[in-house]
Design a protein around this ligand. Structure first.
Ligand code: BGC
Length: 754
C-alpha cells in the first residue's frame, strides 16, 4: 500500500492541495537543504494544526541522556541527536489586521512546487483577498544563506493592508527528546532597524561533547516599509507593512547562519554573520538566485539520470539525487550522511554503515575521488573512538559504531549496539571499493591499512573456536536483518569477518607496515581464521544459511501473509517478528552483492530465489540490492518492482513513515538500481563492464559516471552507446566482449536471455 500526495512530473514535486491530513508527509517531501543546513517544508506562516517544524544544521547535535528501562553494562551513556535548530523562517502575516493562519482560514489557489532542477521551492496561496507567492531556497553558492521572498498582490481588486512580522525563534525542541528537555539556550540577541539576530548555544552536557553556537541573522529587501522591531526572551523580530493593490509588492527575508563549527567563539560567529549579511546587501535577489540555480545546474550536468517513457520513474530518481545532494555534496570533510538529513530527527546520529555500503558507490561515480576519500578519512579520524568502543565491549582492535557523530557509539539498543557488528566489515569493504574503483592504492597503503588492521584485530578477537566443529564461529550477533537478534553464525557477518582478515593480510604483504606492530602470531591467527571459518550452508537447498537454525523456522513466503499484516513492524508484536522467517532487508544477499565476483550465477539465483520471497523490504536499504541482483539474474519484472520501490519509497510513502522525514541514506538506491542493476555496471577485478537491459516500460535511459579520470556517458535505448566525454581511451567489457573505448562505442541492446 502506498500514499502518493504529490503529482508526477519529471522535474517538479508539486501539489495544489493544502493537505491537512498528510501535512507532515508533504513537509518531508518539500524539504530543502544545501549540505550546510536545511529544513522541512513546514510553512513559514502560521499553521496552527499538526505540523512538524524542523530546521537542522549539519554537524550541530546534542548528546541526549540515554533512556532505558533496565541499564545494562556497556550501554552508551547518550544518544546523539541531530537537533532541531533556531527557526529562522518564521513569519506572522496580517491582512487588514487579521492574522493569517493557514490551518484555520479559508485558503484558495494553494500550490506548492519544488523545482529540483534549480533547488527552488515556490508556494502560493490566497487568503483574505490577497495572494502570496513564496520563493525559497538554501543557497548552494553561499552555504550560510537562506532566502525567502513573498510576492504579494491583491486577488480581489481591493487594496489591503499587509503586515509581515519576521522572526528568528530559538524556542525550539526536538519532538523525541528523551526527557523532554530543551537543548538550546539564548546567548545573545538583538533586534534593530533593518535586522535582528539571535545566537543560541546548546546547553551544557555531562559527556564532554562540545557545545555548539548557532547565530541566525536576518536582513530584508523589497517593497515593504519597516515599522517596528522587537526582542523577547527567545525571539527577535522585525515588522514590515505595505498597502497592497494590483501591483505586486515583494517582501524579502535574507538569513545568514553561522556556527561555532566554523568560528571559534561567540564574537567570531556573530562577526562572521554580520560580515556575510553586509556582503549580501550588495547583491540583488536575482543575482543570489542565479548563483544558486547555477550551482544546481552544474550538479545535474554530471549527476542527472534521464529516463524516457516513464515520468514516475524519472521523478523518483531525480528526487533521490536532489535530496541526497541537498544533504551531502562532499564539501565539508568533517560531515557525513545522516539517515534523515535535514528532513527529520527520528533517527539519531549522522553516520551509519549506510554510508560505506550504499553511498560510497554512488559518490565514487558522481563526484571527484576526493569526496569518497574524505568519507574514508572521516572513519580514520574516528579510529581512537572506534578502539574505545571495542574496549567497552572487552575486545581488541576497533569497533566502528552503528550510530555516531564522533566515532563513539551513541545508540543503546542491545541488539544494535552490541550485536550488529557486521557494520565493522562494511567500513573495511569501502576501503576495498575505493581502491578497486579508483585504482589508487595510496589510501589503502597509508591510512586505509591503519583502519583495516584495527578492524581485523577486532574480528580476530570476536570469533571463537568451536572445538567440536574445528571451526571459527561468531555467536550472538544481529545481521543486517534486524528482524532476528542474538543469532549464531550469521553467514553474512562470518563471510565479511573472514574477508576483512584475508584482505588486510594481503594488503600488508603488499604494503608492509612495521609501524603497526603486527606480530607473526597475529598474522598466523588471521590466516587460520580465514582457512577455518564456519559458513552455514544447506546441502539439500544448496543455499547459504542466514544463520544457524534459520531453516528450522516456519519457512514461508511473504505472499502467504494477508496484506493486513504489512508492514510487519507496524502490525506485529516484536516477539512475533523475531520468531518469523521474514527478513527486513538483504542479509545473505547483501554478501552475495558485495562479493559478486566470487559466486557463479546459479549460486546467486538459488540464494535470491530462496531469500527474496521471505523479504519484506521494511528497511529502505533493501530494495536496491535486490534490484541489482534481480537485474543480473534476468528477473526484469522484479528488478523494476524493486527500482520503483527504492526510487519512489518516499514519494509514495511505501513504508508509511515518510512523515518522520526522508530516507536519505537509501536515496542512492535508485541510482544503484539503474547503474549497477539495469546497466549492470561492474568493476570486478578492476575492469569496468556493462551489460545493460532496458525495462519494458521505458524507452530509454542515460547516465554519466566518473571512472579513473574519465567521464563516460552511457545511453541505453534500442542500442547501447558508451561515449568517452573526457579522459584517455579505456578498455572495457560490454556484454562480456572486450571494447577499447576511444570516443563512442555502440552496440545493439541485448534483450534478457539473449
Ligand atoms: C536498517 C539499518 C540502517 C538504519 C539507518 C535501519 O532500519 O535496518 O540497516 O543502518 O535503518 O538507515
Amino acid at each position: 500500500m502506498y500514499t502518493r500526495i504529490m503529482e508526477v512530473d519529471p522535474w517538479v514535486i508539486k501539489s495544489t492541495t493544502l493537505d491537512k491530513t498528510h501535512k507532515r508527509l508533504q513537509e518531508s517531501l518539500t524539504s530543502l537543504g544545501n549540505g550546510y543546513m536545511g529544513a522541512r517544508g513546514s510553512f513559514e506562516e502560521r499553521y496552527s494544526a499538526d505540523s512538524h517544524l524542523g530546521t537542522y544544521i549539519a554537524g550541530v547535535w546534542f548528546p541526549d541522556k540515554t533512556r532505558v528501562g533496565w541499564w545494562k553494562n556497556g550501554y552508551p551513556k547518550y544518544f546523539g541527536k541531530a537537533i532541531n535548530a533556531v527557526n529562522f523562517g518564521k513569519v506572522a502575516i496580517f491582512v487588514d489586521n487579521q492574522e493569517v493562519d493557514l490551518a484555520e482560514n479559508e485558503v484558495s489557489g494553494f500550490s506548492v512546487a519544488l523545482d529540483m532542477q534549480t533547488g527552488v521551492l515556490r508556494r502560493t496561496f490566497t487568503v483574505f483577498g490577497v495572494q502570496f507567492c513564496l520563493t525559497k531556497f538554501f543557497s548552494v553558492a553561499q552555504k550560510e544563506l537562506a532566502l525567502m521572498r513573498w510576492d504579494v498582490v491583491s486577488a480581489d481588486g481591493k487594496s489591503h493592508h499587509v503586515k509581515i512580522e519576521s522572526f528568528i525563534d530559538a524556542d525550539v525542541k526536538n519532538e523525541d527528546a528523551n526527557y523532554e528537555e530543551t537543548f538550546w539556550q539564548v546567548l545573545n540577541k538583538k533586534a534593530f532597524a533593518g535586522g535582528a539576530h539571535i545566537a543560541a548555544q546548546t546547553v551544557a552536557n555531562p559527556f564532554g561533547v562540545p557545545q555548539f553556537i548557532v547565530n541566525a541573522q536576518q536582513s530584508f529587501a523589497g517593497d515593504f516599509t519597516e515599522t517596528a522591531h522587537w526582542q523577547g526572551d527567545w525571539q527577535v523580530s522585525n515588522t514590515f507593512e505595505a498597502e497592497v493593490g494590483e501591483a505586486v509588492k515583494s517582501f524579502e527575508k535574507r538569513v545568514i547562519v553561522t556556527t561555532s563549527r566554523d568560528y571559534e567563539n561567540l564574537d567570531a560567529v556573530e562577526a562572521a554573520g554580520r560580515a556575510l549579511i553586509a556582503d549580501m546587501e550588495q547583491a540583488g535577489f536575482a543575482d543570489l538566485l542565479a548563483a544558486h540555480e547555477n550551482g544546481w545546474r552544474q550538479r545535474w550536468a554530471i549527476a542527472d539520470v534521464v529516463i524516457e517513457g516513464n515520468d514516475a520513474a524519472q521523478q523518483g530518481i531525480r528526487f533521490n539525487l536532489f535530496q541526497l545532494f541537498s544533504t551531502y555534496y562532499g564539501e565539508d570533510a568533517r560531515l557525513n550522511i545522516g539517515p534523515k538529513g535535514f528532513t527529520g530527527e527520528k533517527y539519531g546520529g549522522a553516520t551509519y554503515w549506510d554510508t560505506e555500503a550504499y553511498a560510497v558507490p554512488l559518490y565514487l561515480s558522481l563526484a571527484e575521488p576526493q569526496v569518497t576519500e574524505n568519507l574514508l578519512k572521516y572513519r580514520h579520524n574516528q579510529l581512537p573512538q572506534a578502539q574505545h568502543n571495542a574496549r567497552e565491549q572487552g575486545l581488541a582492535g576497533a569497533l566502528y559504531p552503528m550510530v555516531t557523530f564522533t566515532g563513539i557509539e551513541c545508540h543503546n539498543e542491545w541488539e544494535i549496539t552490541f550485536e550488529e557488528i557486521h557494520r565493522n566489515g562494511a567500513i573495511a569493504y569501502a576501503i576495498y571499493n575505493y581502491t578497486n574503483y579508483t585504482g589508487d592504492e595510496g589510501y589503502l597503503a597509508g591510512e586505509g591499512l591503519e583502519v583495516l588492521v584495527e578492524i581485523a584485530r577486532f574480528w580476530a578477537d570476536r570469533v571463537h573456536y568451536s572445538q567440536r566443529h574445528g571451526k571459527y564461529m561468531i555467536h550472538g550477533v544481529t545481521g543486517p536483518n534486524e528482524y532476528e537478534n542474538n543469532i549464531n553464525n550469521n553467514w553474512y557477518t562470518n563471510t565479511l569477518a573472514a574477508w576483512v582478515l584475508g584482505y588486510t593480510k594481503a594488503a600488508l604483504d603488499k604494503y608492509p607496515r612495521p609501524d603497526l606492530g603486527i606480530s607473526e602470531a597475529e598474522l598466523d591467527k588471521w590466516a587460520d581464521i580465514v582457512a577455518n571459518m564456519y559458513y552455514p550452508y544447506d546441502e539439500v537447498l544448496d543455499v547459504f544459511v542466514q544463520h544457524d537454525g534459520f531453516l528450522d523456522k516456519d519457512i514461508r513466503p511473504v505472499s502467504a501473509l494477508s496484506p493486513d499484516d504489512l508492514p510487519l513492524n507496524q502490525k506485529w508484536s516484536w516477539d512475533k517478528i523475531l520468531r518469523s522467517p521474514f527478513i527486513k532487508q538483504a542479509d545473505v544477499l547483501q554478501g552475495v552483492y558485495f562479493f559478486g565476483d566470487r559466486f557463479d550465477i546459479d549460486t546467486k539465483r538459488r540464494n535470491f530465489d530462496f531469500y527474496e520471497p521471505m523479504t519484506v523490504h521494511e528497511s529502505s536499504l533493501s530494495a536496491s540490492v535486490h534490484a541489482i541482483l534481480a537485474a543480473e539474474l534476468g528477473k526484469e519484472e522484479k528488478a523494476v518492482e524493486m527500482y520503483e520501490r527504492t526510487a519512489r519509497l518516499d514519494l509514495d510513502n511505501y513504508n508509511n513513515d515518510t512523515e518522520d522525514g526522508l530516507h536519505i541514506t537509501s536515496m542512492t538506491g535508485s541510482w544503484l538500481a539503474i547503474v549497477q542493476g539495469f546497466a549492470q555496471m561492474k568493476t570486478w577485478g578492476g575492469t569496468l563492464s556493462f551489460a545493460p537491459f532496458l525495462p519494458q516500460a521505458w524507452t530509454a535511459y542515460a547516465f554519466h559516471i566518473n571512472y579513473r579520470g574519465r567521464l563516460l556517458k552511457v545511453s541505453v535505448n534500442k542500442q547501447v552507446e558508451i561515449a568517452l566525454l573526457k579522459g584517455s581511451p579505456i578498455a572495457l567489457e560490454v556484454y562480456g566482449e572486450p571494447v577499447q573505448l576511444e570516443s563512442v562505442y555502440t552496440t545493439a541492446l541485448k534483450t534478457q536471455g539473449a
